[in-house]
Design a protein around this ligand. Structure first.
Ligand code: GLU
Length: 417
């Protein structure tokens, strides 16, 4: 079974659990099991060395009962239809948890961005955008950034779409550069949203965040910014972090910016001065107050779940915990704040960006933070209350809440014709 298939099975299994709790109509369950549309395109690109290569590009639109499809685009070698489908489903439910007027989608191109030049990435992005042009749009499907795509990628998408339509359309994508009507606060929104959730959770257990020991898997946009906000704004200690090359442990905690500088200079967080080298498994099983998996799906497997020594897991990535691991963590009484709640900050500020673009207005950073905070805090309490009501772990509570909301929209809309 490929990683994508295993991931999709996990998501379908969770959906079934939520459907059972809700006594969901089997027809509605069938609607939610499958994406509405899957588009696979072959993206031909003339490489810098003159050779021609063909990349597989995917856009999966899962459901649009609550609004236009919304979701990121990832560039990664193992991207496949199953993985993107699982991620698109999670987007439908994520947007429902924080009550964004969107459905769910996801896209990706199977490529290795670390071995591509900027010129090649631009060509891939433009040709991929041109090939999915007919199924995206500001009221139809709005892409955003995800793994190994960024504000520049979104700017190329906007330009390609605008050129083809003959109309400047910045609202077709979110996560853009500020000078191209990106939103203030979008770059660290996923992390800031996760930190609001952590803060709320710590209030419920009556513990201070100051000096809390934090371990982070993945030191990309989400991992680094979570470390920075937790350390600088809440006084937490970042004791271990990792990237694809390995992990580091610093007993007294390290400044997130110093780690970033080291990574930028050497290409990895490993060998950070004064740190001890960790394997991926050692990192995930390091004793700590908060573990944030912020890399890729299927990271916390059942073997790792048995050894996790964190008091709380907060999912920065999408789908980092397998269903088997989830069960073990539940038995071991280690709470997991699920992706569709904890990392919803990114798409929430994407929504704020889209609204600003449609209105040709600009929010201040303080306004963005206040709106993000309100959405995350409301989502947190909605999920906590649902979990309490149904006596379930938080992931199932979040899904029950979201599936109910989406199912109600489908019911009211009815099935056409
Ligand atoms: N990639 C982000 C996520 O997984 C957000 C995408 C967006 O802003 O559309 O939630």
């Amino acid at each position: 079974m490929s990683g994508g298939e295993a991931f999709l099975n996990n998501v379908l299994y969770m959906l079934k659990n939520a459907a059972d709790y809700l006594n969901l109509d089997s027809g509605i369950h069938d609607v939610l099991k499958k994406p509405k549309r899957v588009v696979v395109v072959s993206v031909p690109v003339k490489m810098d060395d003159g050779s021609l290569r063909v990349f597989t590009g995917i856009r999966v639109q899962h459901n649009n009962a609550r609004g236009p499809y919304k979701g990121g685009i990832r560039y990664y070698p193992s991207v496949d239809v199953e993985e993107v489908t699982a991620l698109a489903m999670l987007m439908t439910f994520k947007c429902a948890v924080t009550d964004l007027p969107y459905g769910g989608a996801k896209g990706g191109v199977a490529c290795d961005p670390k071995n591509l030049s900027k010129n090649e990435l631009e060509k891939i992005t433009r040709r991929y955008t041109a090939m999915i042009y007919e199924i995206i749009g500001p009221y139809l499907d709005i892409p955003g950034p995800d793994v190994y795509t960024d504000a520049q990628t979104m700017a190329w998408m906007v330009d390609t779409y605008s050129m083809m339509r003959g109309v400047f359309t910045p609202e077709v994508a979110t996560g853009k550069p500020i000078s191209l009507y990106g939103s203030l606060g979008r770059h660290d929104a996923t992390s800031r949203g996760a930190v609001y959730i952590i803060r709320e959770y710590f209030k419920t257990i009556n513990k201070p965040l100051k000096d809390a020991r934090v371990v982070i898997q993945g030191y990309g946009n989400v991992g680094y910014n979570a470390a920075k906000i937790l350390h600088e704004e809440y006084g937490a200690k970042i004791v271990a972090v990792s990237d694809s090359k390995g992990g580091i442990y610093v007993a007294d905690g390290a400044h997130p910016d110093k780690i970033l500088e080291h990574k930028q200079k050497t290409g990895s967080v490993i060998n950070f001065p004064g740190s001890k080298l960790l394997t991926n498994e050692e990192l995930l099983t390091t004793p700590c107050d908060i573990l944030i998996p912020a890399a890729l799906e299927n990271s916390i497997t059942k073997e790792i779940a048995e050894k996790v020594e964190a008091k709380l897991i907060v999912e920065g990535a999408n789908g980092p915990t397998t269903s088997e691991a989830d069960k073990i963590l539940f038995e071991r009484k280690i709470p997991v704040i699920p992706d569709i709640l904890s990392n919803a900050g990114g798409v929430t500020v994407s929504y704020l960006e889209w609204v600003q673009n449609l209105k040709r207005e600009t929010l201040t950073l303080e306004e963005v933070h206040a709106k993000l905070e309100a959405k995350m805090v409301k989502g947190f309490h909605d999920v906590m209350n649902t979990s309490k009501k149904y006596e379930t772990p938080l992931r199932l509570g979040a899904l029950i809440f979201a599936v109910d909301r989406v199912a109600e929209a489908i019911n009211y809309l009815g099935i056409w014709p």
